[in-house]
Design a protein around this ligand. Structure first.
Ligand code: 3PG
Length: 205
């Protein structure tokens, strides 16, 4: 099982997926992996999400994780469905302890210094900076990263294809997350693949 640092370094962009229909899972995952995005975050925001994780996990080359994991119940359901990594919007002690105990790569959300310090207390140094733009954008992340030299981030929330390179130029940023690669609704696989190809080639500005 890949660790969270290796996962974050494997792609410049982790697509954040909100998939309503399990039947959309395979075509979306194939288009993303075909375009070069292999780490896929399936948010537990739809009734189909666990089936989507199962279906996407069958696509060769896809490393499928669960996002919007809010508690230990979500964590165990996601692991049972085959999730290979776990993303949550915030950092709580029960979820963090359970994720560490289960041995699954885990990326909790942080938005301030206290969140990061609680994560460090648990031995974590890799975080999702969420919600990246509303929480103050690049200026906020630079300030926040200052005291925590060993910490690295995946900023997510309000990031676009146009702004991603500015984030990727920051030393503490290993990758970014975003929902722009896969728009809501019936998937247009050619468009998704093209967006994935562009995202997979994004580099620091
Ligand atoms: C998330 O869950 O990580 C965010 O909702 C994704 O943010 P975005 O939709 O602004 O990319």
């Amino acid at each position: 099982m890949t660790d969270i640092d290796a996962l974050m370094r494997s792609v410049p962009v982790i697509p954040v997926l909100v998939v309503e229909e399990a039947s959309h899972a395979e075509p979306i995952a194939e288009a993303l992996v075909g375009g070069g995005l292999t780490a896929l975050e399936v948010t537990l925001r739809t009734p189909a999400a666990l089936d989507v994780i199962r279906a996407m996990s069958r696509v060769e080359g896809a490393v499928v994780g669960a996002g919007t994991v809010l508690n230990v119940r979500d964590l165990d359901a996601a692991i049972e469905a085959g999730a290979k990594f776990i993303v949550s919007p915030g950092l709580t002690a029960p979820l963090t302890e359970a994720a560490i105990e289960r041995g699954i790569p885990y990326l909790p959300g942080v938005a301030n210094a206290a969140d990061i310090m609680r994560g460090l207390d648990h031995g974590l140094t890799r975080f999702k900076f969420f919600p990246a733009e509303p929480a103050g954008g690049i200026k906020a992340l630079k300030a926040l990263a200052g005291p925590f030299g060993q910490v690295r981030f995946c900023p997510t929330g309000g990031i676009t294809e146009a702004t991603a390179p500015d984030w990727l130029a920051l030393k503490p940023v290993l990758c970014v997350g975003g929902s722009w690669v896969v728009p809501a609704g019936t998937p247009d696989v050619a468009t998704i693949r093209r967006a994935a190809e562009v995202a997979a080639r994004l580099r620091a500005a």
